[in-house]
Every structure is written in C-alpha cells, then in structure tokens.
Design a protein around this ligand. Structure first.
Ligand SMILES: [Zn+2]
Length: 195
C-alpha cells in the first residue's frame, strides 16, 4: 500500500508533475504564505470557535517518498509534501483540503475514518470546498463553470481517496458516495456556500 498515493491531492499533481518540487525549507516558506490567506484564516478561526485550536506548528512540510501531495492526521496535523509542490496555489489547496478534514474531525466527535460513509462525506466536502476541482475551470478558460464537470471531478477524487482506505472496498466506496452525496455536497460549513 505504501507506494499508492494516500491523498487524492497527489493524483492531480502527479500527472502534471515535472520538476523535483521544493525543498522542505522552501515549502515551509510557502506554508507561511498560505497561513496569511483569507480562506485559511477563516477555517482556523472556525476551528478555534469549535474548540480546536490550530497553531502554526499544526502545519508541517515533509519530503514524501510516495505520490502524496499532503495528508492529515489528528496526531500529526497537516502535512504538505514539499517535493510534490511547485506553485503556491498547490500548497494553498493542500492546506485547505486537509483543514476541511481537520474541521470535520473537530466538529464531529464520533467521526470514524474507518466508516466509508463518514470518510466519503469528508472527502466530498474537501474536494468541493478546497477548489481541488477548479482547475477544470481554468482549463476551460472563457467558458462558464460547468456544474457537471465539477461534480464529476469531486466524485472521482473522493473515489480515489477512498481507494486508500482499507476499510472501504470499491463497491462500498461507490455506495457510500452515492448515499451521502446530496447531504455532503451541500454541507458547505463553515462556508455559507462553496468558495
Ligand atoms: Zn482528502
């Protein structure tokens, strides 16, 4: 399993990845920049309001030997894979994506990552709310956001993330995404609507 990407963030970057990325030090500077952006501040404020203080040391740059772009665990916080990062907006996206997972864990005391439906819900929210699927919009510059494309992208990325959960078979992941889709795609908290 170790060579498999454990974050859907990785999937996107690995396909476009050409350079050797950033050093840990460079990535730390990019993380500091991210921490000054309105969306990241907004999420940290809401986590604090929900009783989960997130200090600057919650975010770490590490060199990853797999295809990860980043990850989150309650024990280690948010990790950004320096060697997978090229642009500032990639770092911003990873941080926002993983912060959505952290927010979900903070808000739902009984969130169980081994439960496919719980995990599916958080991945749908993270992919939708982090703008992971906005790159489609950039590719389609000049055209309006195509709703179907964005939703298809969110579904695909949620499936890829769930594929790394040993508790969810492909079929269980598919069923879980369908079962929670309407509720979780429209659950934009703490945002009023998807940014
Ligand atoms: Zn995720």
């Amino acid at each position: 399993m170790a060579e498999k990407p454990v974050s859907e963030t990785a999937q996107k970057f690995s396909s476009t990845f050409k350079g050797k990325g950033k050093t840990v030090e460079e990535c730390e500077a990019m993380i500091r920049k991210s921490l000054g952006t309105p969306t990241v501040n907004f999420l940290r404020e809401h986590m604090e309001k929900a009783g989960c203080y997130v200090g600057d040391n919650f975010f770490k740059a590490i060199k990853c030997d797999n295809l990860m772009g980043g990850g989150y665990s309650s024990r280690r916080g948010v990790l950004v894979c320096s060697n997978r990062m090229t642009f500032q907006n990639e770092v911003d996206q990873v941080i926002i994506h993983e912060l959505i997972h952290a927010y979900d864990q903070c808000r739902a005391a009984n969130l169980d990552w081994a439960n496919c439906a719980h995990h599916a819900c958080s991945e749908i929210r993270a992919a939708h709310l982090s703008g992971d699927c906005h790159y489609k919009r950039e590719l389609l510059r000049g055209s309006m956001k195509i709703r179907g494309h964005e939703q298809e992208c969110v579904r695909r990325r949620a499936m890829k993330s769930l594929a790394n959960n040993p508790c969810c078979s492909e079929e269980a992941a598919k069923d879980a995404i369908e079962a929670v889709w309407d509720v979780c795609y429209n659950a934009t908290k703490p945002f009023d609507r998807a940014p």
